[in-house]
Design a protein around this ligand. Structure first.
Ligand SMILES: *[C@@H]1O[C@H](CO)[C@@H](O)[C@H](O)[C@H]1NC(C)=O
Ligand SMILES: *[C@@H]1O[C@H](CO)[C@@H](O)[C@H](O)[C@H]1NC(C)=O
Ligand SMILES: *[C@@H]1O[C@H](CO)[C@@H](O)[C@H](O)[C@H]1NC(C)=O
Length: 422
């Protein structure tokens, strides 16, 4: 099979030996995945998000590939009422108030973690925080991205804090927040950046200029080739990085296409003719990936997380949209909500991913595909309990879905470590 062959000649397609192996593996994985996906679609389109324990059991024994080659992103959510408590609870102080669904008494807040993700080809167990701390002693892990990456960072922090309470709070290398687990000398940090690239307000200059001559008066200057200062220096510090960007590229409330458009600059000059955000995103991804190539530590392991889906129904957030479901969506509902053809309120998730995959598929970065599994989870947002004027159908309750993202992250990290140590 073609996938096999790739695996045996990793050097040919890569220029960064240490992380390359991984991306090659990932390619093999992709081909395998599509194979299994098409198969399972034909077999039984209705079993995803199954609620029957009988079915769960059959799937459990159906281990078709070793974990290393498993596509964790294809599977189903299985309800397990015996799950009593999450790996941490609502008393963890890092949980942002609007995400603390137990604290704010969201009606299904205790049920959210009773749904377990079951990949079709293998299992995705909860990671063991003590083993993780021991295994990744003397390691620095950075989450670089928007508030959805912070949501994931908080989940990891709370899980680790539960088993190892001695922490030092600090802000390494431009981080918004960070913690060192002192007993293990393991640091995790969150670096806030909405676009990855540097941006700031722009106003027309009285001296004129090419943008002024086109009639632009106000906007945001986005330097596609300059990383934002919150993370640019952090590459020398972290051993493992998890990047994301997405929501802000589709945020007309901030980057209003008319009143305050994104104005892209490259090498300090306006990109001419001006390009829309989707094209700007491609430029930023391309530049940031080459920036990483030049700066990361040789042994660093880099993930890029795919887009976190929103679940607004009946309108967008500023149009009274809400997310009041108490169960995960069924596969057909997922397609209705997210298919690009339908161009619904939440189409952003798959559109962003098209741009990400375009940039990432051929890079040395490891793609952490959380989109597919997360599209089902319309039940797991703070919704009206988020404490805002509108429903929060974008962030996630904690404990909740980003706990599973961390299981996936750590399973993949373990697999990569095992492969590079061979
Ligand atoms: C902690 O880990 C860093 C590597 O991240 C290492 O350079 C440092 O020496 C370690 N400190 C101690 C006290 O072991
Ligand atoms: C999708 O919908 C939005 C508004 O909901 C509209 O502005 C846009 O033109 C549509 N795109 C396509 C490709 O139909
Ligand atoms: C990249 O990989 C994804 C995930 O399997 C696939 O769906 C997509 O078609 C690929 N995109 C490109 C541009 O190669």
């Amino acid at each position: 099979m073609a996938a096999r062959d790739h695996h045996y000649h990793p050097k040919k397609v890569c220029n960064l030996p240490s992380s390359c192996r991984t991306s090659v593996l990932f390619f093999s994985l992709l081909s395998l995945a599509s194979l299994f996906l098409s198969r399972s679609l034909f077999k039984s389109p209705s079993t995803t998000a199954s609620r029957s324990p009988q079915q769960a059991k059959t799937v459990e024994t159906n281990r078709e590939v070793p974990d290393r080659l498993c596509d964790y992103s294809v599977g189903k959510w299985i309800y397990d009422p015996t799950v009593r408590s999450a790996r941490y609870d609502h008393t963890c102080k890092e949980i942002y108030k609007g995400w603390n669904c137990i604290g704010s008494s969201k009606s299904n807040s205790m049920d959210i973690v009773k749904w377990r993700w079951k990949p079709n080809q293998c299992d995705l167990p909860q990671f063991d925080p003590l083993r993780f701390l021991q295994r990744y002693r003397d390691t620095n892990i950075g989450f670089i991205g928007d508030s959805l990456n912070r949501n994931m960072f908080v989940s990891l922090f709370c899980t680790l804090k539960r088993v190892s309470g001695e922490v030092r709070k600090w802000r390494p290398f431009g981080a918004d927040r960070g913690f060192t687990f002192l007993q293990y000398n393991l640091t995790i940090a969150y670096h806030r950046t909405n676009l990855l690239a540097r941006y700031g307000r722009w106003s027309a200059s009285t001296n004129g200029g090419v943008l002024e001559s086109l009639g632009y008066k106000e906007g945001y200057r986005v330097d596609v080739d300059i990383p934002e200062g919150t993370w640019a220096e952090a590459l020398s510090f972290h051993d493992v990085l998890i990047f994301n960007t997405g929501h802000w590229w589709w945020a007309p409330s901030k980057f209003d296409p008319v009143k305050s458009p994104m104005l892209f600059f490259e090498k300090g000059l306006p990109v001419m003719p001006p390009v829309p955000p989707a094209v700007g995103l491609d430029m930023v991804l391309k530049h940031m990936i080459s920036f990483l190539e030049g700066r990361i530590r040789p042994s660093a392991i880099i993930f890029f997380r795919t887009q976190s889906p929103r679940h607004f129904e009946g309108g967008d957030w500023y149009q009274g949209g809400s997310c009041q479901r108490l169960h995960p969506l069924l596969p057909l509902e997922v397609e209705k909500l997210f298919s690009v053809e339908n161009n619904g309120t939440n189409v952003e998730a798959r559109l962003v991913n098209q741009h990400l995959y375009n940039a990432l598929n051929r890079s040395f970065l490891n793609v952490l595909d959380i989109t597919r599994m997360t599209e089902f989870r319309a039940d797991a947002h703070p919704s009206t309990s988020g404490g805002k004027k509108h429903d929060d159908c974008m962030h996630w309750c904690l404990p909740g879905i980003t706990d599973t993202w961390n299981d996936l992250f750590i399973a993949r990290l373990d697999n990569i470590k095992r492969d590079t140590q061979r």
